[in-house]
Every structure is written in C-alpha cells, then in structure tokens.
Design a protein around this ligand. Sequence first.
Ligand SMILES: C[S@@+](CC[C@H](N)C(=O)[O-])C[C@H]1O[C@@H](n2cnc3c(N)ncnc32)[C@H](O)[C@@H]1O
Length: 204
Amino acid sequence: MRNSIDRFTVALFSASFVLIMATLFYLVPVPSGAAQTVPAGQGLGNTTLLKRVPYVPTPQDVVEKMLDLAKVTSDDVVYDMGSGDGRIVITAAQKYGAHAVGVEINPDLYRQSRDRIKELGLDDRARVMCEDMFDVSVKRATVVTLYLLTSSNEKMRPKLERELHSGTRVVCHDFHIPGWDPEQVVEVNSKNNIPHKIYLYVRP
Ligand SMILES: C[S@@+](CC[C@H](N)C(=O)[O-])C[C@H]1O[C@@H](n2cnc3c(N)ncnc32)[C@H](O)[C@@H]1O
C-alpha cells in the first residue's frame, strides 16, 4: 500500500514538472531578434542578423572625399562592402564613371539601392547584391570601400589579402584595418561639422 502511494506521488511530481516546462516553453517569449533570420530566397541562407555592423550612412561629402582619395576613374571597379543605401556605389558610377558593386545584407537597404540605381539609369555600371559580404569575391575590385567597425575590418583583412591584386586601393571610413599601414590618413569635417577620418591603403 505504502509503495503504491510513493509511486503515485513520484508520477504526480513528474507529470507536474513536464507540464510546468511545457507551459514555460510556450509562454516565455524569445527575446526580440534572437531568432531573426533574413527571408529565404535572398541568397542569405540562415545568416542571423545578430551582431552585424549597424547601418550608419557616410555623409555625401565624405563619400566624395573617399573616392577622391582613392583617385577613382572610369577604369576602376569599386566594391562597397556593406553598401547601405548604395550611395558610394551610386556616386562611384554616376560621378566618377566607375563600375561599382555594392554588397548589402539588409534586404530593405538592398532593395532601396537597387531601385535607386534603376531610377537613375545606372544599371550598366552599378549593381548591388543582397549577400553576406564575407561570401562575395572581391577579386575583380580595383578599389574597395569599407565603413565597418574595426573588428569587422580585422575579420575582412585575410579575405582582402587573399583576393585583392597588387595596387588595389582600400579606403576605410573612420575605422582602420588593424595590422595594415595606411598610405594616407585624412581628417575631414563633413558639412554638418562632424569630424571624419579616412584611411587609404594600397595593396603591396
Ligand atoms: C556603417 S553602414 C555603411 C553603409 C555604406 N557603406 C555607407 O558608407 O554609407 C554598414 C552597412 O553594412 C551592412 N552590413 C553589415 N554586416 C554585413 C555583412 N556581413 N554583409 C553585408 N553587409 C553587411 C549593414 O547592413 C550596413 O548597411
């Protein structure tokens, strides 16, 4: 009799435990963004949107200083890694006549820049792709522009060292590439009076 009461008590506790865990699993919300992935069909697989560089656009006058510093011409192929709204790609194609490619992981920014390129009739010289920049080859680039964090530049460095040809210019806005010696560092005040640093590197 006592044994069957004990078995009953154990069974009751086990059932309650399972019930409580199941309730918690369904009721406790997953922190916002924790499981967010980009929509399928964007060529992004399961890339999580966590821990990536936030979107902060380069002011237009600083964009032009970056492209001037790299001496961009119509012979160049410019890659902007993390291209945001496409302003560097658009300016390189429109004002400097270069071929320009943007790589942007955020589907909304990708669509915005793709539509703008079409509107401006720059499709023959400028394009953007919605991809993770670490998965896209930069072998064709003669100029690479980066406005990423120092940690992302550091992560990008081995890829640049592997893929870029000698003489390719790399221009960074505000964040340097650890371990590389810049040819030039220029400080500019944008029109809104905020100071910006531009780093120019040339691959040996
Ligand atoms: C600071 S913004 C710079 C935007 C643009 N290059 C400019 O200078 O105006 C960085 C951009 O990189 C994008 N980004 C971050 N991680 C990325 C990744 N792994 N692949 C592609 N784009 C990425 C962000 O969505 C954001 O638009």
